[in-house]
Design a binder for this molecule. Structure first.
Ligand code: NAG
Length: 302
């Protein structure tokens, strides 16, 4: 249970001998923003940082606060992408892949807080599952060659999906994607379990790369206020009461960055402090689930 000061010191000690390339999908708000800001701070701006999201104005305001790079040719940039559509994810990942020979850190945090039922995109995927699982999975899959290239160059090669490691539930292998049995409870159980299985599977296929699935805890991220649910919007007034039990975006950014920088190769699951929780606790996967989910996800995101 490292304290915030220990975590900050650990992150500050990250001084790579190369200029890192870090992509934050969902880095325009909440935990992703906190992580991107922490990363910019600790690298003193000397990192190629890409914020991927929908909100250009938010991204530009965040980028403007980053320390200005002193190393030549280093940029901080925004790339627009609505992650609910796989065609967007594939296009943006392809564009990034084409111009970034190496990627050292790929962080995925996009989220939606909704109490509505299944809401399909034109591609037939539920929007909540699209941003929490399918879109993230496709970004990882399509950027793997650039992560492999970073590893081959002797650099860090790490992926992190911030969702709810260890907080999933049992899944129905005959209804992956929840087309028949969608409910908020089933969706809340499925996405973390899919992600747990995905980090195990990616880790088995690419054992030199770190694949972290984390649980961020309660973060005062503004997600309640931004929710499409009137109940959740109303609940936002309670947020100050939760302050002692929750993290600010800045605190969560440090703890989650710590988990990322500390992670060894292969699959890793971490908690809100950034500590490793192992791969077996509250794990609802199996060899069969892994094989079927991979095929399902390839099809669904293709
Ligand atoms: C489905 O999602 C779209 C896009 O976010 C939104 O405009 C629409 O209101 C949602 N529909 C329902 C029934 O929640």
């Amino acid at each position: 249970m490292p304290s915030l000061s220990v975590v900050r010191a650990f992150n500050a000690a990250f001084t790579p001998a190369y200029i890192p390339v870090a992509i934050f999908v969902g880095g325009t708000s909440g935990i992703g923003q906190g992580m991107a800001e922490a990363f910019a701070r600790h690298t003193k701006g000397n990192a190629h940082i890409v914020l991927v999201g929908r909100n250009r104005a938010a991204a530009e305001a965040i980028l403007a606060t980053f320390p200005k790079p002193t190393a030549p040719g280093v940029t901080h940039e925004f790339v627009a992408c609505d992650v609910t559509l796989m065609k967007n994810v594939r296009r943006v990942a392809g564009e990034l892949r084409a111009r970034l020979p190496t990627v050292n850190f790929l962080v995925l945090t996009p989220g939606v807080l909704t109490m509505n039922g299944r809401n399909e995109t034109e591609e037939g995927i539920d929007r909540k599952l699209a941003v929490h699982y399918y879109g993230r999975w496709r970004f990882i899959r399509d950027l793997l060659p650039a992560l492999e290239a970073a590893h081959a160059a002797g650099q860090d090669a790490k992926v992190m999906s911030v969702l709810a490691a260890g907080h999933g539930g049992a899944i129905d292998l005959d209804d992956l994607g929840l087309k028949q049995t969608f409910s908020l409870a089933n969706a809340a159980a499925a996405a973390p379990t899919y992600m747990d299985i995905a980090v195990n599977d990616f880790g088995a296929r690419h054992p030199q790369i770190s694949f972290v699935h984390s649980y961020p805890g309660l973060v005062r991220s503004g997600a309640l206020k931004a929710s499409d649910s009137r109940f959740m919007k109303a609940a936002n007034v309670l947020v100050p009461l939760l302050t002692p039990f929750s993290y600010s975006v800045e605190q969560a950014g440090e703890h989650q960055l710590y988990a990322l920088l500390k992670a060894g190769a292969g699959p890793v699951r971490t908690d809100d402090k950034g500590d490793d929780i192992g791969l077996t606790k509250a794990y609802y996967g199996s060899a069969e689930a892994m094989a079927r989910l991979w095929t399902h996800t390839e099809d669904a995101t293709a």
